[in-house]
Design a protein around this ligand. Structure first.
Ligand code: AHM
Ligand code: MG
Length: 337
């Protein structure tokens, strides 16, 4: 990442508004999400001292056990965004259905989707987790949106971002004019820009995948990864390194920092569901961020951002990062199909 002039998130957003790239409502919406992420960062940072580790004893719509911090992060984002006046509705990985903004509050024109705490299997072992979010426009004339109004392809996103709660807390953001990173100054309480116009190198020698699923992948994925592993004596002619944090935010953040490709392909275990990762609040926002940084994102057979969603909790195969390497993986799929 290139260093940036250290301006605050607030100043960056005001400059974007003055340049006509966002309106005041979207600016304030992003400020509210960023404030909620600071609160989540505080809870995550307290760890065992805050009594926030461990299971909540509940399950979500996906049939996954919820961690206490999944529930806390979801509540923080819901509460912070309900009364801002910029949203018509919200949807979360942790909630069965979307929620329109209650009648008691002013409604705006945007829809917010989020995965409140991604990588939650890593919470209890003190490894980075994150929040991922996506902003869509509410269709014209809709005042009380339902799930169907959220089912817009990723190309229609007006903003996407994630916050990674790691050794430092960082917010990475795009409003469709490049991808920029902000680091939380914990003493001042502000996000400060630390990288502007991030560019993912087009080529890479590093990939991220959960290798334990290898025997369950489809044939083109098996062949592609076998060729990566064959190294400089194989058809790719170079050695590859591998990393897997099992927190998508951390894996994507590494790719934005030094390049690489991330895969969560279709496998026999998740084939019935369509994949492991969720289109609306994992794959689409990350794909928007990666494309804005010069990278590429695909299902293996289609550009991710052009997938027409059919369900709020829809899952998809994901391949994203350095564009030439994503193109290679897509080529293996095309040759096989
Ligand atoms: P979550 O939203 O329930 O935390 O699941 C998503 C996470 C991603 O962050 C990560 O890339 C993947 O699941 C890891 O899956 P696995 O444990 O199968 O390697
Ligand atoms: Mg997730």
């Amino acid at each position: 990442m290139k260093p940036a002039k250290p301006i605050s998130l607030t100043r960056y957003l005001i400059e974007e508004q003055h340049a006509g790239r966002i309106n005041a409502d979207l600016r304030l919406l992003i400020e509210v999400v960023a404030r909620a992420c600071k609160t989540i960062s505080m809870s995550v940072g307290k760890g065992a001292l805050g009594g926030v580790l461990g299971d909540a004893g509940t399950g979500n719509i996906q049939g996954e056990a919820q961690k206490k911090l999944d529930v806390i992060a979801n509540d923080v984002l819901l509460e912070a965004n309900a009364w801002g006046g910029h949203l018509a509705g919200l949807a979360s990985e942790e909630m069965d259905h979307s929620q329109p903004i209650p009648d008691a509050f002013q409604r705006g024109n945007y829809l917010l989707l989020f995965d409140p705490l991604d990588g939650s299997s890593n919470i209890d072992v003190n490894i980075s987790v994150g929040t991922i979010f996506s902003v869509l426009r509410c269709p014209d004339g809709v005042t009380s949106p339902g799930d169907e109004h959220f089912l817009q392809p990723g190309t229609t996103q007006v903003c996407a971002g994630y916050t990674t709660y790691g050794p430092s807390t960082m917010l990475v953001l795009t409003v469709g004019h490049g991808t920029h990173a902000f680091t939380l100054d914990r003493e001042v309480g502000s996000f400060i820009m630390t990288a502007r116009d991030i560019q993912i190198p087009a080529d890479t020698k590093e990939f991220a995948i959960n290798m334990s699923n290898q025997r369950h992948w489809e044939p083109p994925m098996q062949r592609y990864v076998a060729d990566l592993l064959a190294g400089k004596d194989g058809p790719r002619g170079k050695d590859f390194n591998m990393r897997w944090v099992a927190s998508m935010v951390a894996d994507v953040h590494r790719i934005l920092t030094r390049g690489g490709v991330f895969f969560y392909p279709l496998d026999a275990k998740c084939r019935d569901k369509g994949g492991k990762l969720r289109l609306m609040y994992e794959a689409n926002p990350m794909s928007f961020i990666v494309e804005q940084a010069g990278g590429a994102a695909s299902t293996g057979r289609q550009r991710m951002l052009e997938v027409q969603p059919t369900g709020l909790h829809q899952r998809v195969p994901v391949m994203l990062g350095s564009r030439n390497e994503v193109a290679e993986a897509v080529r293996y799929h095309a040759e096989h199909d």
